[in-house]
Design a protein around this ligand. Structure first.
Ligand SMILES: Cc1ncc(COP(=O)(O)O)c(C=O)c1O
Length: 435
């Protein structure tokens, strides 16, 4: 029932966190101020399937899903059984785990570019490893990158030119190009002729669909200028298809990185690629972490990959995503709210397209607030992640909640009461924008 969910315990915990944890959380996009602070749950205590429970005891259909790693659903029996079984036999050894071989075999069977595989933990680690491999392999230093690859220095040198705390000299070995503009990529390859080790891109981002022939064009340019092509499949991997965006688009890169979705929530990062590149580079460079062969994540990865191969996981995720996208568009139109969906169904994004940017931002906050009150957790702007566990009941509940929430929004926009209806609490930090 709208209006009856309270977040007292969440808010009390966050007040303590705010004094102890810089930024309040470990992940920028999980900061409560990125949602509807005061009118949205903050801390979770339980989850199952497509649903999550906050510390105040409220249950929700979840589309935030750890920001993407949950593909099968929370507490998916096959994966959790495999973790429990391995837990009884040890978490990590000084000796190697046979799971390293078994998971590597599965990755090579599923992912078109994968002939050899290394395991790390998070996305930033594997994209950093790919950059080092490409530089070592080509003897070149410049990377032409488009998009977010993780928080570490090598990538941070490119963002906001460069970020504070990142050595400025690193900006000389990384450059950008305009997404979906092959002319811009070629101009950069010419500007840095003979110096480009790698071109890196995520095969699809949430914001839009990829123009016909684009990936083929990038592949050809890389070949012409002697640069390796790396796909960051951290969002697209184990989501668009079993073999990621490269399977979906039919273009094979030289290297690829996976993390979210590799092990249904356990931290398993994968860098893989052509054997001659992987073998040569790994012989010449240091890529080594203590937790690289940690067996619980590998057990989860093996179990998740077996489900990916045995069941219609990705067809189901696509179908559920398409129903939701269609429902969002239809309900937006019904209520005269310019709510639009973009990109691909397993990971679409949403925009609210009022010309007045402040109104658009406030309406987003009101939408998050109203949906949370009706038991659905969305993320500002998407991505609307979907799992194999989002079934008919969850879709119905989501669209029902959206219908009612958009009715409130339409009325609020009409009578100019959007701000008045927000039950968000002001914290000092909420003046920063995380969208
Ligand atoms: C496309 C992409 N690459 C890399 C990363 C970094 O991954 P991680 O946060 O695990 O370091 C992210 C994180 O959201 C991502 O979306």
């Amino acid at each position: 029932m709208p209006g009856h969910r309270s977040f007292d315990r969440s808010l009390e915990l966050y007040a303590r966190a705010y004094e102890l944890i810089p930024g309040g959380s470990q992940t920028n996009s999980k900061r409560p101020t990125a949602y509807a602070y005061g009118a949205f749950p903050i801390y979770a205590q339980d989850a199952e399937g497509a649903r999550i429970q906050d510390v105040d005891g409220n249950w929700y259909v979840d589309y935030i899903l750890g920001l993407g790693p949950i593909t099968l659903g929370y507490c998916y029996p096959e994966v959790d059984d495999a973790i429990r079984e391995q837990l009884g036999r040890g978490i990590i050894y000084g000796l190697l785990s046979p799971l390293e071989v078994e998971v590597a075999e599965r990755v090579c069977e599923m992912v078109p570019c994968a002939e050899m595989v290394r395991f790390l933990k998070g996305g930033a680690e594997v994209t950093g490893a790919a950059a080092r491999i490409a530089r070592a392999c080509t003897g070149r230093e410049v990377i032409l990158n488009n998009g977010y690859r993780g928080w570490v220095d090598g990538w941070g040198a490119q963002y906001s030119g460069p970020e504070k705390g990142v050595p400025g000299c690193l900006a000389g070995v990384i450059d950008g190009w305009d997404r979906y503009d092959l002319g811009s990529l070629e101009a950069k390859l010419q500007e840095h002729e003979g110096q480009v080790a790698m071109v890196s891109i995520d095969p699809a981002s949430g914001g839009s669909t990829v123009p016909e022939g684009f990936h083929q064009g990038v592949r050809e340019l890389c070949d012409r200028y002697g640069a390796l092509l790396m796909y960051d499949e951290i969002v697209t991997g184990f989501r668009m298809a079993a073999g990621g965006g490269q399977e979906y688009f039919g273009v094979t890169p030289d290297l690829a990185c996976f993390a979210k979705g590799a092990a249904n929530g356990m931290p398993l990062g994968i860098v893989c690629g052509r054997a001659e590149i992987m073998r040569k580079a790994i012989d010449d460079v240091t890529i080594s972490v203590t937790y690289g062969g940690e067996a619980l994540s590998l057990a989860a990865g093996k179990a998740a990959m077996d489900v990916y191969r045995a069941e219609p996981v990705f067809d189901t995720i696509w179908a559920t995503g398409e129903r939701l996208m269609q429902g969002f568009e239809e309900l937006g139109e019904k209520h005269g709210v310019p709510l639009h969906c973009h990109g691909y169904a397993p990971m679409s994004s949403q925009t609210i397209d009022y010309e007045d940017k402040e109104l658009a931002r406030d309406v987003w906050t009101l939408l998050l607030q109203e949906m949370a009150q009706r038991g659905v957790l969305l993320r500002r702007g998407g991505l609307l992640f979907i799992t194999y566990s989002h079934g008919e009941a969850e879709v119905e509940e989501t669209l029902h909640a959206l219908d009612a929430s958009l009715a409130v929004i339409a009325e609020a926009v009409d009578d100019g009461t959007v701000k008045k209806r927000l039950r968000v609490t002001d914290v000092q930090e909420s003046f920063r924008s995380f969208t």
